[in-house]
Ligand binder design. Sequence first.
Ligand SMILES: Nc1ncnc2c1ncn2[C@@H]1O[C@H](COP(=O)(O)OP(=O)(O)O)[C@@H](O)[C@H]1O
Ligand SMILES: [Mg+2]
Length: 225
Amino acid sequence: MIPDDAVLIKQGAEARVFHVPSFLTVPEGCIAKERFKKTYRHPDLDQYLTSRRVGQEARSLYRLKKAGLDTPTVYYVDTANATIFMENVIGITVKQRLLETQEENYQSVDIDTLADVIGRSLATMHNLNVIHGDLTTSNLMLRKDKGDAAVVVIDFGLSYNSNLPEDKAVDLYVLERAFASTHPQTEQLFAKILESYFKTSKQQKQISHKLEDVRMRGRKRTMVG
Ligand SMILES: Nc1ncnc2c1ncn2[C@@H]1O[C@H](COP(=O)(O)OP(=O)(O)O)[C@@H](O)[C@H]1O
Ligand SMILES: [Mg+2]
């Protein structure tokens, strides 16, 4: 259950995200992410999909954390209420960082460092065969005390396991589209992210080939549609 003093910070299509100010002795409290019922779905199917997603999200967070990737620490999983209690990451999303600095052409952003940490984090995640499923700049956070030098990957609700280069390429393509549609003049930043990603990736050749294919299909689709 969500505690009474919790404050709603985001109402999404699938989940509500709360800040819980008092949690054990953790001074910054915690984040509670609750998946809610979809009334248009059959209750049994809904229950099945919801608990599978919660399980997958918690499992991915835990596996990646254990392997050294910076993800929010999972404190508790309340399966019955489809809620994950996790570390409250103090900082902002990459989306906020880029929107706030867009006007000054991102001058105050340490682009090289930011691209390097994002690329490395995503390659580390893919090397562990975790596909994020929803890579956007709102699902990448920056720790306040580390500036542009530490990215935290969040929101694993659509994640799954796969070692296929194609799945990894699609993950990257989703992020590429997110950059293109949300952040003007970030082509260079994204190119640097890929450069850093491929330096760390264990399937560099296969994924970069697949990324070309996926882009081509994407372009065809926009020309037809
Ligand atoms: N562990 C966390 N620490 C701090 N903020 C978080 C955390 N998890 C989520 N948030 C904030 O809530 C927003 C939505 O959470 P997210 O897990 O991405 O859910 P959604 O599925 O609705 O996108 C994020 O973009 C971020 O701003
Ligand atoms: Mg999200």
